[in-house]
Design a protein around this ligand. Structure first.
Ligand code: HEM
Length: 524
């Protein structure tokens, strides 16, 4: 009260004594406190004023499961065009909330990150020794997940990735030598398996100091099959019991659970345990050693789960992987644009002329056009169909919509990257759109929403922890290809970039062949 009196004392009001002023000021202060509290209350009011539209084609029990078609990304993009930035699908007993507006997605996944960083239950990852709760990608965000994610973020941080740049560049060099040799021998080449070998080697080299010489190497075939099977088991087809509970009875009686358990216990886990142990004693830096050196005390199972997740680049569905699918799209698109290829090669040549060697990732800013092409290629053909789903931990009120507790919240990647409010003339492949945003994808993804380049790496607390590794790998392969080759159509025509193959989590190009023709004017 004394303080209050001190405050009003200097106010000179000729007609009132300060004791008379006191009640007036008190009432005014109370009114303004009440008003501002009411305004705050109004702005946070838990009222759903807008209904999330539901597309029409839903059936009893299964809901929209049968309506998504062969390319769910395209079907959902069409529904967004008709119904707006947020739509609700019924997938058996689950609700899926699909979002194609990055600003709204940012509000949901980043601003409300504490409530939206859970993952839906996954039958395989969370049962039969699936290790889901022990790693990062499928675990719920509890204290153990925080430690594991911190460990993954630490060993995959840009400063750690720098250590691996020489390996990554060597793998890229070998990749392009294989492309050229296969083209010379066979006339053209299907790049998918060789891209998978490249990504696998980058991961196994950086994680376990281990690499494979060729796609025929029996150990490469074994690991490739382990990650392929794991990802197939994690995919929606093997997760039907979570959508349609009756399927769990079928799984039980037809031995599907036993088959998965057997695979984990007898095939996958012993192999992973062995390479994790070998990595601890291998020469040179690797991620397993970095965990120990960084003071992260992980159990053998946790190391194994992380090792498996760190292999996510290879894991994502059916033997292909996020990084190699990204490169497969890039090569297919570039084959359609010889003029863009020439500009890219000229920019790399200019660097080689003044430095006497090929650029590495740290020098990327000297190649603004190349960086823009890599970003535009990921925008034009996103790697995953729907990223990885998050779930709402409680009822969520955003922009007048209510997202019910337990719903899966999903970014509609294709639709988001073709959103005309964000990208002008989105259907045009136009690298120039990124010339004024060439910062690393890692910093764009973790920066302000207005400055994001694309949304392929997901959101908030669950954002991909390996962006730096992925973009270093993409960069290395890209500069190797276009410093040494031109990519030309095979005799049966250009790669089909209008269609796509839904590989569960990823959207891959239809298998194609191209020619990697050695440039006669190459400076390398
Ligand atoms: C172009 C390449 C890649 C793309 C497009 C990609 C994309 C994604 C996306 C969309 C997510 C989910 C983010 C979210 O939930 O919002 C994710 C998570 C994750 N990614 Fe990647 N990824 C790539 C490469 C990699 C690589 C090379 C690794 C490992 C070495 C990796 C490891 C992980 C892990 C461990 C998670 C789970 C994070 C968590 O749940 O907290 N990714 N990635």
């Amino acid at each position: 009260m004394d303080q209050f009196n001190k405050l009003i004392k200097p106010i000179s009001l000729p007609n009132f004594a300060s004791k008379d002023v006191f009640p007036i000021v008190s009432i005014t202060a109370a009114a303004s406190i009440f008003y501002s509290t009411y305004q705050i209350f109004l702005s946070q009011k838990k009222v759903a004023s807008k209904k999330i539209p539901i597309p029409g084609s839903s059936y009893p029990y299964v809901g929209h499961m049968l309506s998504l078609g062969k390319l769910p990304g395209k079907t959902v993009a069409k529904w967004h065009e008709e119904l707006g930035p947020i739509i609700k699908l019924r997938m058996g007993v689950q609700n899926w909330i699909m979002v194609n507006d990055p600003i709204l997605a940012h509000k949901i996944f980043v601003v409300k990150g504490a409530e939206t960083s859970h993952r839906p239950q996954n039958t395989y990852a969370h049962n039969s020794g699936g290790l889901g709760e022990k790693g990062v990608a499928f675990a719920q965000p509890d204290s153990r997940w925080k430690e594991n994610r911190a460990a993954a973020l630490s060993v995959l941080a840009p400063k750690h990735i720098e250590k691996y740049i020489p390996y990554i560049h060597k793998e890229a060099k070998d990749l392009v030598t294989r492309f050229i040799k296969s083209t010379e021998k066979e006339g053209s080449v299907d790049p998918f398996k060789l891209l998978e070998l490249n990504s696998m080697n980058v991961i196994t080299e950086t994680s376990f100091s281990k690499r494979f010489d060729s796609v025929e190497d029996p150990e490469f075939i074994k690991l490739s099959s382990i990650v392929e099977t794991t990802m197939i088991y994690c995919g929606a087809e093997h997760d039907l019991a979570n959508f349609l509970p009756i399927v769990s009875i079928y799984d039980y009686f037809f031995g599907n659970r036993a088959e998965k358990k057997n695979f984990n216990l007898n095939e996958r886990n012993p192999y992973l345990r062995r390479i994790v142990k070998e990595a601890a004693y291998a020469e040179g830096p690797n991620v397993i050693k970095a965990f120990e050196e960084g003071g992260f005390k992980l159990t053998e199972d946790e190391l194994m789960a992380l090792a498996l997740l760190l292999n996510e680049a290879d894991l994502i569905v059916a033997g292909t992987d996020t990084t190699s699918i990204t490169l497969a799209w890039n090569i297919a698109i570039m084959c359609h644009y010889p003029d863009i290829q020439r500009k890219v090669s000229a920019e790399i040549d200019k660097f080689i002329e003044s430095n006497g060697r090929i650029p590495n990732f740290k020098e990327r800013e000297q190649l603004p056009y190349c960086i823009s092409v890599m970003k535009e290629s990921m925008r034009y053909k996103p790697t995953t169909t729907f990223g990885l789903p998050h779930t709402a931990h409680e009822d969520l009120y955003v922009d007048g919509y209510i997202i019910p507790k337990g719903a899966s919240i999903i970014s509609s990647m294709e639709s988001m990257h073709m959103n005309p409010d964000i990208y002008t003339e989105p259907k045009k492949f136009n690298p120039e759109r990124f010339l004024n945003n060439i910062k690393t994808m890692q910093s764009a993804a973790n920066g302000k929403i207005e400055e994001r380049d694309h949304f392929n790496f997901g959101w908030g607390r669950r954002i991909c922890p390996a962006i730096s590794l992925a973009e270093t790998e993409i960069f290395a392969a890209f500069v190797q290809i276009f410093s040494r080759c031109s990519v030309e159509p095979a005799d049966d025509g250009l790669p089909d970039i209008e269609s796509a193959v839904n590989s569960g989590l990823t959207t891959a190009p239809v298998r194609y062949k191209v020619k990697f023709i050695k440039r006669t004017n190459s400076l390398t």
